[in-house]
Design a protein around this ligand. Structure first.
Ligand SMILES: [Zn+2]
Length: 419
């Protein structure tokens, strides 16, 4: 099951903001990053900022000193707007950013509410913004179930993003092989079987309970040093629905927590495959429609815009590499509208020379900018209006790279044959 569309879009937007912030550099070490985790007292953070402001008096360069103090003042102002940090915390970036070479610095300030709680608070002054903790926060969050089992012990764990959490550990209590012979050996064997079965069941009950509580469980990996893992996985201990999610059974040298770590290491490729499988399938569906000439496929910015406006797009696939600006120009004389698409740089250049540009219809230089939007945001806005599912496709798969290189970075499957 692919993640929900809004989730894919929200994550994409947040990631894009972070990437933009990460690319900004200051003239000197003048940029401030402030992380305020939930539960922090705002007045304490303000007191720390005052102290930092005091320390910056010692900065040698007058410009740097001025910029740092301005940034600290702006951050403090922003902070005072909050009685307490939001439930997920608060991150503020501020600093003088050169807009167009030296001397063109302008104070920029950004307030971000993290999508998930941040745990560590800090203040940094550097020539760049420290976005890494937020980047990590939105890194892959798929959850997998792990069981490492052998005849003596078992561990149930979850892998969320890169974080492993041990959920429960068991010991089997299975007695070793009997050395006695005859009657007592058979009795002993029966007891042993009984204990083993109880152990498998006990692991199963907890495993099923833990895994069925995970809302979007992507898959299950079972490991262990011996044959126990096969016996357990093939038995009646794991729920049918969960059984279908088993991705692989992996031989490990260790049991317990070391065994879990080993499973995670060895299943890297498997997990990567699952992660991008949804994306591959989405693009494959589009390729199918193209290949079978069903009339339900469209690609390229112009066509996609057209179908989005008609409201006939079922699924919109946007390459994460797509970027640029869309301008709609309107002629003040004849009312004609023209569309422009290009890089931000080209859009800026066009706006500068607008007074010398002739209207395509009446020829008069009376074009004005009617609307101006980021290309991706523009697509997403139209998609949301039309109830279209939007998926942002990475460049990690062959299919993702095809979308990027062969289909103009944006493609769609239409609701019916309209193309
Ligand atoms: Zn005109």
């Amino acid at each position: 099951m692919p993640g929900s569309s809004s989730e894919s879009v929200a994550r994409f937007r947040f990631k894009r903001t972070l990437d933009q912030l990460a690319n900004k550099t200051g003239r000197g070490t003048e940029l401030i990053s402030l992380y305020v985790p939930p539960g922090t007292r705002i007045y304490e953070v303000l007191a720390n900022l005052r102290e930092e402001g005091g320390t910056s008096e010692n900065l040698k360069s007058r410009t740097t000193r001025q910029n740092v103090q301005d940034a600290i003042e702006r951050v403090s102002q922003r902070l005072r707007m909050f009685k307490e940090p939001p439930p997920t915390g608060l991150v503020i970036f501020a600093g003088a950013i050169p807009q167009n070479g030296q001397g063109s610095e302008r104070m920029e300030i950004y307030t971000l509410i993290p999508p998930e709680p941040i745990t560590v608070g800090f203040y940094r002054r550097d020539s760049r913004f420290h976005t890494e903790p937020l980047q990590n926060l939105i890194a892959e969050k798929d959850t997998y179930g792990i069981l490492v089992i052998d005849g003596t012990e078992a561990v149930v764990a979850t892998l969320k993003g890169r974080r492993v959490e041990i959920q429960k550990t068991f010991t089997s209590g299975i007695p070793g092989k009997s050395r006695a012979g005859g009657q007592s050996a058979r009795r002993f064997e029966r007891i042993r079987e009984q204990v083993t079965n109880d152990y498998y069941k006990r692991v199963g009950q907890h495993f099923n309970e833990i895994m069925s509580q995970i809302p979007d469980l992507k898959g299950i990996i079972i490991g262990g040093p011996g044959p126990t893992k096969y016996v357990w996985a093939e038995g009646e201990y794991i729920q049918y629905m969960l059984k279908k999610k088993i991705l692989s059974l992996i031989d490990t040298g260790y049991t317990s927590e070391a065994g879990v770590e080993e499973v995670v290491e060895k299943s890297n490729d498997i997990l990567k495959g699952v992660r991008y499988n949804d994306e591959k399938q989405l693009v494959q569906k589009f390729l199918y429609e193209i290949g079978h000439e069903t009339g339900k496929a469209a690609f390229g910015e112009k066509d996609i815009q057209k179908y989005l406006e008609k409201g006939v797009v079922d699924t919109l696939l946007i390459s994460e590499s797509l970027q640029g600006e869309r301008l709609v120009l309107k002629c003040k004389s004849c009312g004609n509208e023209e569309e422009f698409r290009g890089t931000k740089f080209e859009a800026d250049a066009l706006k500068h020379e607008l007074t010398t540009r002739a209207c395509q219809k009446c020829g008069k230089p009376s074009l004005g900018v009617e609307t101006e939007a980021d290309i991706v945001d523009n697509f997403i806005d139209f998609a949301e209006k039309g109830g279209t599912r939007v998926e942002v496709i990475s460049q990690e798969t062959e299919e993702g790279r095809m979308l990027r290189d062969s289909f103009g970075k944006v493609a769609a499957v239409l609701r019916y044959a309209a193309n």
